[in-house]
Design a protein around this ligand. Structure first.
Ligand SMILES: [Zn+2]
Length: 422
């Protein structure tokens, strides 16, 4: 299997089965319900995790939760900790509804403070970082490879967080001294404070995956400065860190003005409420993970129509797929995890077993399991049940045969019957 890697700007092969494949995904900063765009790295990571497991790999996926940050302080002055706890819960609830399961580990920054502090201490000892007024900054000039991931030349970089305490405007904070109005802080060798954003991920990745791991994933908006800085910190401290960098494309609101109505449905929670989890997942399948994807009523309606086409297949009779169909599906995913191509292959299938297996990788097995049989079949099943109640077993058997001929199986369950596609 091969995947596009931002660092080498080309496709890189994964190690052979069973790996291991250790993956780290940058999760959300929690201060409100997550936006539909923030769901994309979660969805791609979980799909990739499920696919690699299907292929026989030993996978370990870590996706963090950033629960201490300027955004959270600003969103809830004086009670950021309560907001972060609440928003973490929303994040878990909302992503849970996608039916993809959970990453193997979901560490929170605030639960990783000792590891963060000790990594910063190591960088200070190696002169890769320095203390200034209770803050600690990474010394960019000591890391010659800086800028390689994002393709930026160090001398061109702009300072996004100016401070008179920095030796060099390119330097960035690893630790920040507590400011007035901040309700959370921790002890450190440099006084009370809290970690910078980038160092959290370096520490959390290492805690659960070790000093080197196969795949680092996150949104394209994180390449610079977040991932450039993660890489600089960990490598300056002597760790190999990530071997392959996957950056997913952003959600774009093309073709529709950012109208109020669209703005109102832009949280994952609201999009699921409106369209259902299956449509949200199929919508993400239609775009290649590395490319931007258009979010609009039109693209969501098109995804809903695809969902219906899959359901329709399971209402009909199963037809065995031709030889080599699974291999075609596999080939699409093996070459840079091309879900739109895999989706196109799946739409050609009438083979229930094969389609159910493929849908399950993307958390869509429910499309095969839902029993919305046509009303005439439901009516036959109801008549069959009446016949059974009246102990007219000949009639019940005749109706069963008729239901089966239409591609359904009537199962007797405690409170009546269940119709399952055959
Ligand atoms: Zn990160």
């Amino acid at each position: 299997m091969q995947l596009y890697d931002t660092l080498t700007r080309g496709k890189q092969k994964l190690p052979p089965v069973p790996g291991p494949i250790r993956m780290y995904t940058c999760g959300p900063t929690v201060y409100q319900r997550i936006h539909i765009g923030n769901a994309r790295p979660f969805v791609i990571s979980m799909w990739l995790r499920r696919w690699l497991a299907e292929r026989g790999y030993d996978v370990n996926l870590v996706e963090n939760i950033t629960d201490v940050n300027d955004k959270i302080y600003n969103a809830a002055p004086g009670h950021s900790a309560e907001l972060a706890a609440q928003a973490s819960q929303w994040y878990v609830e909302d992503t849970e509804r996608l039916g993809l399961g959970r990453p193997d580990h979901e560490p929170k920054a605030t639960e990783t403070i000792p590891e963060i502090v000790s990594l910063i201490e190591e960088l200070v000892r190696g002169e890769h970082a320095y203390e200034a007024g209770g803050d600690v900054y990474f010394r960019v000039s000591r890391f010659p490879d800086y800028g390689r991931l994002s393709g930026q030349r160090p001398e061109q970089l702009e300072d996004d967080d100016p401070s008179p305490l920095k030796e060099d405007p390119r330097d960035f904070a690893l630790w920040k001294a507590t400011k007035e109005g901040e309700d959370t802080s921790w002890d450190s060798p440099w006084g009370r404070g809290r970690p910078g954003w980038h160092i959290e991920c370096s520490a959390m990745a290492e805690k659960f995956l070790g000093p080197s791991f196969e795949i680092h994933l996150g949104g394209l908006d994180l390449v610079f400065p977040h991932h450039e800085n993660e890489r600089a910190q960990s490598q300056a401290a002597g760790r190999e860190f990530a071997r392959l960098w996957m950056h997913n494309g952003m959600l774009e609101f093309v073709g529709e003005k950012m109208s109020k109505s669209l703005g109102n449905v832009a949280s994952l929670h609201d999009v699921i409420e409106r369209w259902g989890p299956e449509t949200v997942l199929v919508f993400f399948l239609t775009g290649h993970w590395s490319k931007p994807i258009d979010f609009s009523d039109k693209t969501l309606a098109a995804a809903a129509a695809r969902v219906e086409r899959f359901r329709e297949v399971f209402r009909g009779q199963s037809e065995p797929a031709a030889e080599g169909e699974w291999e075609r599906f596999e080939a699409a995913l093996e070459d840079d995890f091309n879900t739109p191509d895999a989706l196109a292959v799946m739409h050609g299938w009438r083979d229930h077993e094969l389609l159910r297996r493929a849908l399950d990788i993307f958390g869509l097995a429910s499309l095969a399991e839902k029993h919305d049989a046509p009303s005439e079949i439901v009516e036959l099943a109801r008549q069959r049940q009446e016949a059974r109640t009246a102990r007219d077993f000949d009639e019940a058997d005749r109706l069963r045969a008729e239901i089966e001929a239409a591609g359904w199986e009537a199962r007797d369950v405690a409170d009546g019957f269940q119709l399952v596609p055959r």
